[in-house]
Design a protein around this ligand. Sequence first.
Ligand SMILES: NC(=O)c1ccc[n+]([C@@H]2O[C@H](COP(=O)([O-])OP(=O)(O)OC[C@H]3O[C@@H](n4cnc5c(N)ncnc54)[C@H](OP(=O)(O)O)[C@@H]3O)[C@@H](O)[C@H]2O)c1
Length: 333
Amino acid sequence: MLAYSYTQYGSSDVIEQVTLPQPTPKPNEVLIRIYATTVSAGDWRARSLTMPKGLGLMGRLVFGITGPRKPILGTEFSGVIEAIGSEVTSYQTGDAVIGFPGAAFGAHAEFITMPEDGKLTPKPDNISFEHAAAIPFGATTAYDFLVNKAKLQQGETVLINGASGSVGSACVQIAKHLGAHVTGVCSGGNAEMVRGLGANHVLDYRKQDVVETGVQYDMVVDTVGTLPWAQAKHAIRDGGKMVLIAGITSDMFVGGLKARLAGKKMVGGVASEHRDIMEAVVKLAAQGVLQPVIDRSYAFEDMKAAHVHVDTGRKKGNVVVSFSEQQAVSNIA
Ligand SMILES: NC(=O)c1ccc[n+]([C@@H]2O[C@H](COP(=O)([O-])OP(=O)(O)OC[C@H]3O[C@@H](n4cnc5c(N)ncnc54)[C@H](OP(=O)(O)O)[C@@H]3O)[C@@H](O)[C@H]2O)c1
C-alpha cells in the first residue's frame, strides 16, 4: 500500500511517499481502506516537533527521543471496511466508517487496521467521506473541553480565540448548540465564516486587543496559545473560567493556581480521545448541528502541499487529503 512516512523531525520535506505491505487485521480488528484523511495540528506538531517554549524535551518523550516513533502520521480518517478479523461481530466488509487513531496516528496511508471496539464508528449516510474525515480531531477536542471539562452552560458568554481553526470552528458550533452567547476571535478575512458558524460577535485580533474591550465573559477559550492568563484574566468575570486548549508553558503548569488565587478557574490538559466523545460529535454532525469546515482538499499525491499549507498556521478549519474512489480502486488493483 501507499503511505507517507517520516524518519526525522522537520519541515514538510521530511515526509516521503513509501510503499509498505498491506496490514493484516488481527482476529479482533478490521482492515479499512482509507478514502479521506486530514493534515491536522497534531500532525504538524509531531512532524515538526513544534512545542510551547521549554517543552521540547517533553515533545521528544511523546513523539520519539531520537526520531519519530510513529513513522506514519494522520490522526483521523473516513473509509470503508475492506476485511474483518475472525472474531469481529460489529462490522462487515463494505461498511463505511469514521476513525480516530489520534495520538496513535497512521491514517496517512491507503489502509489501516483498528480494533473493532477502538475509536471507530459507522459513517452516517448524510455525511460525505471528505467531511467525515474532518470531524474527529477538532470536534472531539472542542466537545471534551467545553462539555466535559468546562461544563459550558446555556446562556453563558464565551470568548473563543482562534475561532476559525479546526478546534475553534468546532468550539463555536458546539458552544452555540449548548445555548451559549459566542464571541469569536479571528482575522478579518475569516469573520464572515465564523459568523456563519453561529458566532454572535466576531473580533479581529489584528485590529483590537480582544481582552481590552471592557467586556467580561463567563468563559475564555484559547485554541491558539496567544492569550496568556496575564491578559485573559481581565476578560473573565469573577468565578469565570479560562479554558486552555493551547497555551504558554507557564500557564500550563501554574495557570490553575494563578486563576484560583484570582477567584477564577482554569481548565486545561489534554483532550480525551475516548470513543464516546467521537460518537457524540459524529451524532451532532449527522443531525446537522456540527459541520466540519473544510479549507482545502488535496489529492493523496499532494500530501506534501497539504502539510505546507497547514504549516502556515492559518488554515480555516480542516485540510483534507483524499483518495478519489476511482484512484483508490486503481491503487488496489
Ligand atoms: N489540549 C489538547 O488536548 C489539544 C487537542 C487538539 C489541539 N490542540 C492544540 O490546539 C491548537 C489549535 O489546533 P487547531 O487544529 O485548531 O489549529 P489550526 O486549525 O491550525 O488553527 C489555525 C487557525 O488559527 C488562527 N490563528 C492564528 N493566529 C491567531 C491569533 N494570533 N489569534 C487568533 N487566531 C489565530 C488562524 O486564524 P486566522 O487565519 O484568522 O488568523 C487559523 O484559522 C494547536 O496548537 C493544537 O496543538 C490541543
